[in-house]
Design a binder for this molecule. Structure first.
Ligand SMILES: *Cc1c(COP(=O)(O)O)cnc(C)c1O
Length: 398
């Protein structure tokens, strides 16, 4: 805990790419009596959030909700569909793809990791070629991170699907949308994804503690013969009782109240508007970064993340020292560089409960921090963002 005398006034700016700022409406919804999760009221809540999540995933298929962090839903996707020794193809987009790969190995899967430079998304051509060469269909699944939170790079999931189909390969497609769902356009059914993995604390604007699997009929079929051990994560017991709105073990009741509220907010804004808002804030952020004369980590403009921007620190300067300056002087948390990007980049989260003026405050904190920390840069990043935001703003309350 912070000593009392240092209580900072105003709101902390939590501009890491998750957990994100939780809106007051969601906090108030969570602040409610915990009810009997087997009683009559609960079923309605359960049914409502399960149905609402289908709309966010854009799927008619089954959705599973776990009281767990995103990592739990990663594990659920693998253990429900695969067997010990199965071959899996994964794309090295960054830190999170690497963690998922390590988990798969620990679970006894044989992972082929398509190398990446942490500045690009998964390469559909590379995936397609590898699958075309696998004429015996030894590869059972292709796993891709949609929005690589460590780098601010989005992979083209529809193109990966096309590559799998063009190779005529039956592998399952599994996608991690933990930091993109509710921020970046995503279509589980249309893109033919078999298991989509998501979490509560990023685009969905909730505290950490819930995670999700959206499950295609093909994945469900695979689960009937998948031999990896599972108990807590087993889809079967969930799916048996979910249609009535209940769960096989105690769900995170209060987080589900919050989820219900967050889904209403996303639907009221309209998903297309939500995605457009994130894109626009991503563009404004990148204009600021360029004006500062700093480098954006993502190498390809088509792959820029609408949810976060990773910024490369000038040679010889510490990203962590800069972030510390921003935190102590301006009460704002920026995302750190992860594993091999440690101290080399900082990440600006612009996802979740966020608007033009939140972005202005965020970028102002970054620009003042650059000055204070003695990081070489040009002034005018905030101005570049303001110009763009003003040119492209629309009435909010019509
Ligand atoms: C945050 C994140 C995770 C990890 O989720 P936890 O809730 O921390 O377990 C995995 N993948 C991506 C892409 C993430 O952004």
């Amino acid at each position: 805990m912070m000593p009392l005398h240092s209580h900072p006034s105003g709101r902390h700016f939590l501009q890491i790419p998750g957990p994100t700022n939780v809106p007051d409406r969601v906090l108030r919804a969570i602040d409610n009596v915990t009810i009997d999760h087997r009683g009559p009221e609960f079923g309605e809540l359960g049914k409502a959030v399960l149905a609402g999540m289908k709309k966010i995933f854009k799927t008619e298929a089954d959705v599973i909700i776990y009281p767990a962090s995103g990592t739990g839903a990663w594990e659920a996707a693998l253990v429900n569909t695969l067997s010990p020794g199965d071959q899996v193809l994964m794309a090295e987009t960054g830190h999170f793809a690497t963690l998922w790969k390590k988990m798969a190995e620990r679970l006894g899967l044989r992972v082929e990791f398509q190398e990446g430079d942490w500045r690009h998304g998964a390469d559909p051509d590379h995936i397609g070629k590898r699958l075309a060469a696998d004429s015996g269909h030894a590869i059972k699944a292709v796993c891709v991170v949609h929005n690589e939170t460590a780098t601010g790079v989005v992979s083209d999931v529809a193109a990966v699907r096309k590559a799998i189909d063009a190779a005529g390969h039956p592998a399952l497609l599994m996608v991690d949308t933990i930091s993109s769902l509710g921020s970046v356009d995503y279509r589980h059914d249309e893109w033919g994804v078999d298991v989509t993995v998501a979490g509560s604390q990023k685009g969905l604007m909730l505290p950490p503690g819930l995670s999700f699997n959206a499950v295609s009929a093909k994945a469900l079929k695979a689960s009937e013969t998948a031999a990896l051990r599972r108990s807590y994560w087993d889809w079967k017991e969930m799916l048996a009782i979910n249609p009535r709105g209940y769960f096989p073990y105690t769900p995170a009741t209060n987080l589900l109240y919050g989820l219900h509220e967050a889904l209403e907010m996303l639907m009221a804004e309209g998903l297309d508007n939500v995605y457009a808002r994130h894109k626009r804030h991503g563009e404004a952020t990148r204009r600021a970064v360029r004006a500062w004369g700093l480098e954006i980590l993502c190498a390809k403009p088509e792959e820029y993340s609408p949810a976060l921007t990773a910024v490369v620190m000038p040679e010889g300067h510490s990203a962590d020292a800069f972030r510390k300056t921003v935190l102590t002087h301006f009460n704002m948390s920026l995302g750190q560089g992860l594993s091999k990007l440690s101290d080399k980049v900082f990440r600006i989260g612009h996802l979740g409960d966020f608007n033009d003026l939140t972005l202005c405050g965020t970028l102002s904190g970054v620009e003042m921090g650059l000055e204070k920390a003695g990081v070489p840069h040009q002034r005018g990043g905030v101005q570049a963002a303001l110009d763009y935001l003003a040119q492209t703003s629309r009435p909010q309350n019509e």
